[in-house]
Design a protein around this ligand. Structure first.
Ligand code: PMP
Length: 361
């Protein structure tokens, strides 16, 4: 495996090597099935077992009680921008959105098609370099829900304390920090996440929703856009993305075998701290995020100029550290260090940062 690189991509992103190796071993002949998971009927006993196992492992890892149902959907987190609003913005047709980056803005854009949106907080004036102070939020007690983006993949900010929304359900786009740390499921009404950063390959979107909220949507919604369709059939109403769900199951097993989410959070904190310490050391590298809002998953930073940033990205790639270029909308450098990024990858990056600064500072 010596030709595998450290992949700092924001997503699709690094997966645990042991998960890939299991998938490789089982690729052409899933145990006792005589065929690949890709070739199986989604109504067959081996696939049904995989499906249930993935749900059970997600439930165990995230400590999800029976008030919630776990759905496997398609269309990415982007379709959830619409589905959340269509299904949950009842009866008031009003919702609160907190805007902390490009993905929140896209969620807001879709929600506006469904009702009246109150922007209850925004860090846009701070160029999204922080999460708004929860004391300053202007939450509407009559909103149908409050929407946040728990981790802002592009700007590298993360919520470290949730707003208290009282009886108004909190909806969180956790695409880039799902299962990165333990969360209080009961503080949420709905959580959604595309799998392709922390959970598995692209193709499946995880939705965890409080069952009572499923009753809100009108029957007039298109069948495939109504959460009830999937909840009633345990996400087997139509053909689910079987292979992606299988991979999510393997990634969840890996998390469980390695101590669950508390242990994952510890590893993620330790890894992120290595880079943040480096950013705080001198003035060659400049972190772009307020300390209290720093993300454990995506670490953006700048160098003294863009030429040095280009050089940094290309030299790092030659040393086997790839995809360090910041998002095209913000530039700079971004190291995405999801659950499956090994500590050695971050250590290699920090050693390179030190060396690069010495040579170019
Ligand atoms: N939300 C966040 C926080 C994201 O990072 C992304 C993708 N990078 C999306 C939503 C969109 O996800 P998808 O591509 O699965 O639609």
């Amino acid at each position: 495996m010596s030709n595998r690189v450290f992949n700092f991509s924001a997503g699709p992103a690094v997966l645990p090597l042991s998960v890939l190796e299991t998938a490789q071993r089982e690729l052409v002949n899933y145990p006792d099935a005589g065929m690949s998971v890709m070739e199986m009927s989604h109504r067959s006993p081996p696939y049904e077992k995989i499906h249930r196992s993935a749900q059970a492992r997600i439930r165990e890892l995230m400590n999800i009680n029976d008030d919630f149902t776990i759905l496997f959907l398609q269309g990415g987190a982007s379709l959830q921008f619409s589905m959340v609003a269509m299904n949950l913005m009842w009866p008031s047709r009003k919702a609160d959105y907190i805007i902390t980056g490009s993905w929140s803005k896209l969620a807001l854009k879709e929600a506006k098609r469904e009702g009246t949106i109150n922007v209850a907080g925004s860090s846009e004036e701070q160029q999204f370099s922080c999460i708004p102070d929860i004391k300053t939020l202007t939450l509407d007690p009559n909103a149908d829900y409050v929407h946040i983006t728990s981790n802002n993949t592009i700007y590298g900010t993360q919520w470290h304390q949730l707003p208290s929304t009282g009886n108004v359900p909190l909806v969180a786009d956790m695409s880039s920090d799902i299962m990165a740390r333990p969360i209080d499921i009961n503080a949420h009404g709905l959580i959604y996440a595309g799998a392709q950063k922390n959970l598995g390959p692209a193709g499946v979107t995880l939705v965890i929703v409080r069952k009572d909220l499923l009753e809100r949507a009108p029957d007039s919604l298109p069948t495939m856009l109504n959460y009830r369709t999937f909840a009633a059939k345990d996400s087997l109403y139509n053909t689910p993305p079987c292979w992606s769900i299988y991979m999510v199951d393997l990634a969840c097993k890996w998390l469980l075998d390695n101590g669950g989410l508390a242990a994952a959070a510890k590893r993620n904190n330790d890894k992120a701290q290595l880079i943040y310490d480096m950013l705080d050391q001198g003035d060659f590298y400049r972190g772009t995020v307020e300390k209290s809002s720093r993300s454990l998953m995506n670490v953006p930073f700048r160098l003294p100029n863009e030429d040095l940033e280009k050089k940094f990205v290309s030299e790092a790639a030659k040393l086997g550290m790839q995809n360090l270029k910041g998002h095209r909308s913000v530039g700079g450098i971004r190291a995405s260090i999801y659950n499956a990024m090994p500590r050695e990858g971050v250590e290699a990056l920090v050693a390179f940062m030190k060396d690069f600064a010495n040579r170019n500072g």
